[in-house]
Design a protein around this ligand. Structure first.
Ligand SMILES: [Zn+2]
Length: 294
């Protein structure tokens, strides 16, 4: 019998986005005007109150389990890129340039065991699970012909979902919605539910993010990439490519990361906020470029 008590979030309906007078969507922010003036970069709102309902360490452990199961499956199907693969080396290098700025957004990231893998699959997809477990699918690199700057934007976006613990908040929200800790007990095997435990890792692989989470990932991702020396305007060209690819069947990426009509406008409005960071950032001395199309 587990007697742990969970306080409900104070204001679960609180929205994290504001419309400014000019109509641009900004992340918002109690006391945010002050904060925005103190720091250079995109404006950022408070974290979701839901994430406090589940322990970060448990979520990260389950994510690692789900990630390694996924890798084992890919390896068995001969779909896991080997360390010498040039596109994998490219992903690793870009992630290494972004990672030093991760702790600005989440102190836990200092202790994360970051991993980067490339899955040989035609899907247009990429993700970063809680705890820094990153995967890119070949399809997103090849079909969208992503430049290094555009890869950095995808990477920054995905890292932000992990750093701002959007997955943890989502699981927390499910717990709150169900109004019971029985679910939580099941999720983390506090009862003997090993089958359910395995399911959580899998669920963290296929989260569908909210539009607020998406906006936050776009903006913080933009800043992470700019600080790492990647051109902010690439965020615009990336999403244009994604939109073009979504004519016909929407890519897997967009079904997990829903776009909205304001996406490009919001990103464009925030580019000036990171332009100085980009201008001063050391630039990568190695450039890779996309794989040959086809
Ligand atoms: Zn996203």
């Amino acid at each position: 019998m587990n007697t742990r008590r969970f306080d409900p979030p104070a204001d679960p309906a609180r929205r994290r986005l504001l419309k400014t007078a000019g109509g641009a969507t900004l992340l918002a922010l109690p006391g945010a005007a002050a904060l925005a003036q103190q720091r250079e970069g995109v404006p950022v709102g408070p974290r979701s109150t839901f994430e406090s309902l589940v322990p970060a360490a448990e979520i990260e452990a389950e994510a690692a389990r789900g990630y390694h199961e996924m890798l084992a499956q890919a390896r068995a199907q001969h779909r896991l890129a080997q360390p010498e693969n040039v596109q994998l080396r490219r992903l690793v290098m870009i992630s290494q340039r972004l990672r030093p700025f991760a702790a600005m957004w989440n102190e836990r990231a200092i202790g994360w065991q970051w991993e980067v893998n490339l899955i040989n699959s035609p899907q247009i997809n990429a993700f970063c699970m809680p705890g820094g477990k990153i995967a890119f699918y070949w399809g997103i690199l090849a079909k969208l012909q992503l430049s290094d700057d555009e890869v950095a934007m995808v990477m920054g976006h995905e890292m932000t979902h992990a750093l701002r613990e959007h997955g943890r908040a989502q699981i927390g929200k499910q717990v709150a919605t169900q109004g019971t800790i029985a679910l939580l007990a099941g999720l983390f095997g506090w009862s003997n539910a090993s089958r359910q435990v395995a399911g959580v890792g899998g669920r963290l692989l296929s989260l569908k993010y909210s539009r607020d989470d998406e906006t936050e990932a776009d903006l913080i991702g933009l800043e992470l990439a700019a600080r790492a020396g990647y051109m902010p305007q690439a965020a615009i060209s990336l999403w244009r490519k994604m939109e073009a690819a979504s004519r016909g069947a929407p890519p897997a990426f967009l079904s997990d990361h829903p776009s909205n009509p304001d996406r490009l406008r919001t990103i464009a409005a925030n580019i000036p906020r990171v332009q100085g960071l980009y201008a001063r950032a050391p630039k990568p001395d190695v450039r890779f470029g996309p794989p040959l199309a086809g």
